[in-house]
Design a protein around this ligand. Structure first.
Ligand code: GAP
Length: 599
């Protein structure tokens, strides 16, 4: 038994031994915060991504894109990441190790949200609690705490004239392409765009294996809506039960979870936005489907100081591992922040035309400058002055109230007689207006989802008098669907038949592993430990009886086995792996094999 190890330690050991994940570049001493997913892990992660794509892209009718992972500096000037994407850094004066100051406080005091505190308060707390370097024990009191920008910088092309950054979130790749994506949506709201891909953050102190890394995978959905008109289909998820931990309950010493439904949470204003409520409902069902233990899962609202620079409200999906809560996804109301910023910083159009129900008559300030005067007066700049006058009339009609009006064009200021500008207010009929859509963003961390699934799937029990450990992975995400074994490896008839079954199952779309080494009991344990839901064994009884050829099918979690005719194998396995049929139903239909008869 492994009672002395924490859940996380046990998981990391199993992950390495069984090929789920391990520290990258080990041959060269490794690089902290980078992980390689081994054969099992890569398959599990890819299945999680496929399940996410199926639910959040395909079923929602959204568009998926794939943008570059390196983007030029102006993107991040506009998005606010250059200025605001910082964590608090404190360096040990003795050994030089860098630490996240807020994490040190959270790990050593009762304070849970040190990230939301101002730097000065964090410095005071380090001093008050006389915090020490976790690496060497050096005193951190009195050391400066600084903002550290998490983006990895690079140069695009030779030289340093075009700085670029590895994207810290996949989202920006969607926002900067909004002017083109909206065309595919026929310029009509609401619509969603998704992206699954790598994001990079130069984390001050990566930790908990794949929970906080410097390169990780996000699955993000940007839902673009007209905030005055668009509503989600809340009825689809209104009855979904959720465990909520609102900011008000976190602030209250006796605060507790609110167990409710999505519909009630939105109706009662606990979740302030219906779109966020909608995505919490979908996410709750999705996490359950991919195997997260919903007794160790909650949605927690961000406290005001904790929210990212772009978010008006945010809820996190959190899973519990080792008694700690891990943020595995965020659901943020980003408003028009991102599209407005990219609109301001670029020449592209980040708006959508909103058609009025009825055309409207509006008063519009216009100018019709007399070019026979502007031309001789301003020469080659006359056209620019004309444009500046038109823009000013639209933006600030009061500027035309005096006898002259001043405009700036090409960095110079020009004074024009209002009579020459020909300013007037006209009535115009307009059919609509340009609006900047609002964005609701469900943002999932794929690596943390994989970590949670593995941690929650790990079980130990006793089978045939021996302790076994197994991963009760959902067939939706398990790296391998079926293990196929000949009962013994030295009988040609059995190995040939097992080999044929492997081919048939693979042709039918199953992910199959063939194993003929060691005792059948050992082979079952190996598959149990990597979470293969079903194992098929070819034995003599199945080939030599009077009836049709048969094999045994073993269910991982209960170790029960039934004898199934080979001709029904693909159909039955398809039914149980897709969840259309339970193993109990197979037990009712077919003969149960007594435990231990083939071990
Ligand atoms: N676009 C919004 C955004 O990036 P975030 O809360 O910073 O929001 C979203 O990140 C998700 O990405 C998190 O909930 C988490 O699951 C995952 N994530 C963030 N930083 C991570 C890291 N250093 N290592 C692994 N996953 C991370």
């Amino acid at each position: 038994m492994s009672a002395d190890r924490t859940e996380g330690e046990r998981l990391v050991e199993l992950a390495k031994r069984r090929g789920y994940f391990f520290g990258a570049s080990g041959a060269y001493g490794g690089a902290s915060g980078f992980y390689t997913f081994g054969p099992q892990g890569a398959a599990l992660k890819s299945n999680v991504e496929d399940a996410w794509r199926e639910r959040f892209t395909v079923q929602e009718g959204n568009f998926e894109i794939e943008a570059p992972t390196i983007m030029p500096e102006p993107v991040f000037e506009a998005s606010g990441h250059l200025d605001g994407f910082d964590d608090m850094l404190v360096e040990c004066p003795e050994c030089g190790t860098s630490h996240r100051a807020d994490h040190l406080i959270e790990d050593n005091t009762d304070i849970e949200d040190a990230e939301s505190l101002p730097i000065s308060e964090v410095e005071d707390l380090i001093a008050d609690h006389d915090l020490q370097c976790p690496n060497c024990g050096g005193r951190l009191s009195g050391e400066p705490v600084e903002d550290f920008n998490l983006m990895f910088e690079t140069n695009i092309g030779p030289g340093s004239s075009t700085p670029g950054y590895l994207r810290p979130e996949t989202a920006q790749g969607i926002f900067v392409e909004f002017p083109r994506i909206k065309e595919y949506a026929r310029n009509s709201l609401p619509f969603g765009a998704t992206q699954i891909g790598r994001a990079y953050r130069n984390e001050i102190s990566p930790r908990k294996s794949i929970v906080r890394t410097r390169e990780f995978t996000q699955a993000e959905l940007e839902q673009f809506v007209d905030p005055e008109r668009d509503e989600p289909d809340l009825a689809d998820v209104a009855d979904v039960e959720v465990t909520l931990y609102p900011a008000s309950e976190q602030a209250d010493e006796d605060g507790s979870y609110v167990e409710t439904t999505v519909g009630e949470a939105v109706e009662d204003g606990i979740v302030g936005d219906a779109w966020i409520g909608y995505f919490l409902g979908i996410a709750q069902e999705w996490y359950q489907r991919v195997g997260v233990d919903m007794d160790r899962f909650r949605f927690r609202q961000h406290l005001a100081g904790e929210r990212a620079h772009y978010a008006a409200d945010c809820w996190d999906a959190e899973s519990e591992v080792d008694g700690d809560w891990i943020e595995i996804a965020g659901f943020a109301y980003r408003g028009d922040y991102d599209l407005s910023k990219h609109g301001e910083h670029s020449d592209d159009d980040f708006t959508i035309f909103r058609q009025f129900d009825e055309p409207k008559t509006v008063e519009k300030s216009v100018v019709d400058p007399d070019m026979s005067v502007l031309g001789p007066e301003f020469g080659g700049d006359a056209a620019d002055v004309q444009s500046a006058l038109e823009e000013l009339a639209d933006r600030d009609p009061s500027a035309f109230e005096g006898e002259t009006v001043r405009v700036t064009a090409g960095g110079d200021t020009y004074e024009v007689d209002v009579d020459v500008a020909n300013f007037r207010v006209e009535e115009q009929t307009v059919s609509g207006e340009h609006i900047t859509p609002h964005v609701i963003e469900p943002s999932f961390g794929v690596d943390r989802t994989v970590y949670t699934i593995l941690a929650h799937a790990y079980h130990e029990d006793e089978v045939d008098g021996e302790t076994r450990s197994y991963l009760s992975l959902s067939p939706t995400v398990a790296p391998t669907d079926v293990g196929v074994f000949p009962l013994v490896s030295n009988v040609e008839e059995l190995t040939a038949r097992a080999g044929d079954l492997v081919d048939d199952l693979r042709e039918s779309g199953f992910s199959v592993v063939y194993d003929d080494s060691g005792s059948i009991g050992r082979r079952y344990r190996r598959q149990d430990e990597v979470g293969t839901p079903f194992c098929v064994t070819v034995d003599r009884d199945g080939l030599e009886g009077d009836g049709p050829d048969s094999v045994t099918v073993r269910e991982r979690d209960t170790a029960r086995q039934v004898r199934i005719p080979v001709e029904s194998l693909v159909t039955e396995l398809r039914a149980v792996t897709s969840g259309d049929r339970s193993f109990d139903a197979l037990v009712e239909t077919y003969d149960l094999v007594a435990p231990g008869t083939d071990a």
